[in-house]
Design a protein around this ligand. Structure first.
Ligand code: FMN
Length: 259
């Protein structure tokens, strides 16, 4: 890595990616590299500083990054030579992001220095959470995040080309029909009015302003399935009809709101 300041843009639903990004930021800072952790949903892609190293962190959703993240990536300005790295978190496997993202960024003349995927616990409607197992997965994820940050600093990390197949897979996974279906699932979330205390935290948490709790149908059809509202509602008043699950959170609510 050549740059001296890192602007690290992250998106997190339930905290896994935030924990990885925080661990990496801590490692960069310990090595004396100024690192700004920035919330992707509050940032303008066009306003990135091309003199800084750019980091991107996001969760895998349906084998790729959600269209919400891709929108940010596509809006990045061309930046000849600006160094950029990515990290994603996932429960098992992604087939449609590392290669396609590299291609898009290279077309904008970025220097794609490093990519890594880190396994973290599942946040997609876990039926029963095994806390011991999850803690072990998180501990391993943290070690990998620290190692990855060190590898970026030492120049040992790289961003490999991924088989051409993943470009086609990415197109498939980003088809409107898939995400329309996802948004419809989100629009079908229910609020238990006896439990809901109108704290409006769900509205604040939603990255795409999809919730208006005063409406008869509080959830609109822009849901990106980040799981924040359903997992962090302090009154556990939000549910998805027909799904039984335990609420998964990798961080406290205040860390999601203030991070
Ligand atoms: C709608 C949805 C789809 C997901 N799809 C995948 C997937 O295709 N592959 C995978 O390994 N994990 C998948 N996951 C799991 C998340 O990527 C994983 O738990 C991630 O670490 C969550 O990060 P976050 O807590 O920062 O939101 C999915 C999660 C959700 C909510």
């Amino acid at each position: 890595m050549n740059g001296s300041v890192i602007d690290f843009y992250y998106f997190t639903g339930t905290g896994n990616t935030l924990r990885v990004a925080m661990k990496m930021a801590e490692t960069f800072r310990k090595a004396g590299v100024e690192t700004n952790l920035l919330r992707l949903e509050k940032s303008e892609a066009v306003s990135i500083n091309p003199d800084h190293v750019i980091g991107l962190a996001f969760p895998i959703t349906v084998q790729t990054a959600s269209p919400f993240i891709w929108k940010f990536v596509h809006a990045l300005p061309a930046a000849p030579g600006t160094e950029i790295f990515m990290v994603d978190t996932m429960m098992a496997f992604s087939g449609a992001v590392v290669g396609p993202l590299r291609r898009v960024l290279r077309a904008k003349s970025y220097s794609t220095i490093a990519a890594r995927e880190i396994i973290m616990p599942n946040n997609w409607y876990p039926r029963k959470i095994n806390r011991r197992w999850n803690n072990a997965v998180i501990a391993r994820g943290m070690r990998k995040a620290e190692k990855y940050a060190g590898d970026i600093l030492s120049g040992e990390a790289c961003w490999r080309r991924v088989p051409v197949l993943s470009d086609g897979f990415c197109k498939l996974m980003l088809m409107d029909s898939i995400w329309k279906g996802r948004a419809e699932v989100g629009a079908s979330f229910r609020v238990d009015l006896e439990k809901c205390n109108k704290c409006l935290i769900c509205e604040k948490l939603c990255p795409v302003e999809n919730i208006n709790i005063d409406n008869e149908k509080p959830f609109d059809d822009r849901c990106i399935q980040c799981m924040r509202c359903i997992m962090f509602c302090p009154a556990t008043a939000i549910s998805r009809p027909g799904k039984e699950f335990e609420r998964y959170r990798a961080v406290d609510l205040k860390e999601i709101i203030h991070s």
